[in-house]
Design a protein. Sequence first.
Length: 230
Amino acid sequence: MQEILYYIIFGMTALAVSPFLTGFINLFVKQELENKKEYKPKFDLKVTLITVLVILSLFYFHGITLEFYIYSIVSLMLIMCMFADLKAQIIPNEVNFVGFLIGLCYAYYKMCVDVLLGLDLLAGMLTGAIIFLLIAGFAIVVYKKEGMGGGDVKLMGMLGLFFGFANIIQIFILSFVIGAIASIVLLATKIKKMDDYIAFGPYIVVGAYITMFVPASVLVPQILTFLNNI
């Protein structure tokens, strides 16, 4: 009975928060498109459904734990990043900035509990940012065009503060695999052309969500076991 009550509470909370997320998404999009700047909470069915499903799924997997609350906060930021990137090809600096502040506080707390845990989160931040920064630099030098936006670089650095070294590597791999498959489908169905911009932020978001439920400590051994049995 108590668990059902928690589902109702968290579900209603996610339902109440979702219009504010939509308001911020629209604000970021309007700013990027140089339209009138205004903030207004607004109901959006897609944003609402995703917010409720993600929060309830996190509660189902993690229960009332620190990870549940941290991942819930990260999820709200990721939802804003995903829809802003899809609508206006932007990952808001404001979201990344807030995420960095919360992430640094989280890393500091972990370091107080266990120095190695805190250092792992800092290593995750550096690794996530550096990998995408190198990819962006490679694309500019070789292809003479932007291959990875600055928002993606900052997003990966911010996520590293919450996930740590091994998990940010997993998010990197998952995002590129999912992105490659999605890009092939979009090109094959002619929804996108070869020279069209394809937002990469949503694939980072999906990779992060998968890692919330199946971290590297679980996924990697399963993959290795599968490969050994082939």
